[in-house]
Design a protein. Structure first.
Length: 439
């Protein structure tokens, strides 16, 4: 038996906190129940309840064991105590109602199942509660009401397993819990019911992208485009999937076709800090990023300039154009882009991004005092901006301020441990290699 159930540990737990001891007794009972030793499980649950009569989990576990042993009346009593202690728990009410139905105490069963219905449990529980409600009404001879309840359930997309929405919602719930295999199965159920369920296909694509299964994600987008060929959002997402797979040429072809076809429409920005734009602008932006992936910087710059003509107030476009200019080592032009971005937006995350990149351009021009000011501005806007901290440390080295360089490096490494290795291979920081931070 695990050490947590040892006599010494149990005595220590009782001495420290009787409530914790009751919880341990209940867990001990669960262990015995799994091992098939129902007598010891019963003894443990009852001991937990004697020590702490308000331990609703112990009452629930004892009730489940009593039902397993065929003691329906005692099981109902235990679930009644548990639901009294935890009155808003729909599943406790459900189990109590189910046991009362077995005992043919229909009126009490109906009361508790009605209470359970008002507590809005998850979809699977709601469906089970609705079905039990119908069974109770039927047992009471109220067959018309029983049929009506089931009819309502069948027409409720949240409860009807023959409705794609039921499975989509189930898939989304699995997705939020990062249970991706189960989510895929649920979305497949929705698609089996309606092959044109483009929402389910899109959720599948999102999962495949998280798993870096790019071919499968692209196939999912193709399934959507078969039914909705001019959907600019799906075309954009498909192109991005190719880009994430580093198939930049294929991505550019998709973006070019969509741009030439004039696919467009208003859209929310891809990033919460971006200006809301149109799909034509987003397609141009993603094409430029794909060109950067191919190191075709001149072409990327031209595409960004075309996008800026269409959306001159888009701060992210100014920042992105500046980054391309940095890559081309056109530092003065890059600084102008970052200044344009800062005139449009001086206090958001994008502003911190602009200050950091302006700082890098100034550092590259050996304008260290101005670069330091830029990195400080970035950190005033975003104090956990590890890249700005690392860049600022480089500037401090060139200014001869070793202590400040080390302080900035330490903060950067705490936020992103990868900088530890990067620092050790960075020639700029070799002047610090006699210090503790290098060890």
């Amino acid at each position: 038996m695990p050490w947590i159930y040892s006599a010494a540990f149990m005595a220590f737990a009782l001495h420290i906190n009787p409530h914790h001891y009751a919880a341990i007794l209940r867990v001990r009972g669960l262990h015995y129940a799994r091992e098939g030793d129902t007598d010891k499980a019963m003894e443990a649950y009852k001991a937990a309840i004697r020590l702490r009569p308000d331990h609703y989990f112990a009452w629930e576990s004892l009730g489940a064991l009593e039902e397993q042993l065929g003691n329906i009346k005692m099981a109902a009593y235990c679930f009644d105590r548990a639901s009294t202690l935890l009155p808003k728990n729909a599943l406790l009410r459900y189990h109590l109602s189910r046991l009362l139905l077995k005992m043919e105490e229909h009126k009490a069963a109906l009361h508790h199942i009605d209470q359970a219905l008002t507590m809005a449990p998850d979809l699977d529980a709601r469906r089970a509660i609705v079905i039990l409600n119908s069974e109770i009404l039927k047992a009471m001879g109220r067959e018309q009401e029983a049929r009506e309840i089931l009819d309502v359930a069948e027409n409720d997309p949240d409860l009807n397993q023959a409705n794609p929405k039921f499975w989509r919602d189930k898939g989304k719930a699995f997705y939020k819990k990062k249970l991706y295999a189960q989510a895929i199965e649920a979305f497949d159920q929705a698609i089996d019911l309606d092959p044109k369920d483009t929402t389910a296909w899109q959720w599948k694509a999102a999962i495949y992208l998280k798993q870096k299964s790019y071919d499968q994600a692209i196939d999912a987008y193709d399934q959507i485009l078969a039914y909705s060929p001019d959907n600019p959002n799906i075309v954009l997402l498909k192109g991005q999937a190719y880009a994430e797979a580093k198939q930049f040429e294929a991505a550019i072809k998709i973006f070019d076709r969509a741009i030439s076809a004039g696919l467009d429409g208003p859209t929310k920005a891809l990033d919460r800090n971006e200006t809301a734009s149109s799909y034509q602008v987003l397609l141009l932006k993603q094409k430029a990023f794909a060109l950067i992936g191919l190191e075709r910087y001149d072409e990327a710059l031209d595409v960004f300039e075309t996008a800026i003509e269409k959306s001159p107030q888009d701060v992210s476009l100014q920042n992105s154009k500046g980054v391309v200019l940095l890559m081309m080592e056109r530092f003065e032009d890059a600084i102008k882009c970052f200044d344009n971005a800062l005139r449009m937006d001086s206090d958001s995350t994008l502003a911190a991004f602009a200050w950091n990149n302006k700082g890098w351009a100034l550092y590259s021009r050996k304008q260290y005092d101005e670069a330091l000011t830029a990195f400080d501005q970035a950190l005033m806007l975003k104090d956990d901006y590890h890249q700005a901290l690392y860049n600022r440390a480089r500037v401090y080295v060139f200014l001869g301020n070793r202590d400040s360089a080390v302080s900035s490096l330490q903060r950067a490494i705490v936020l992103n441990p990868d900088y530890k290795k990067g620092m050790q291979s960075d020639e700029v920081f070799h002047v610090l290699k006699d210090l503790e931070i290098f060890k």
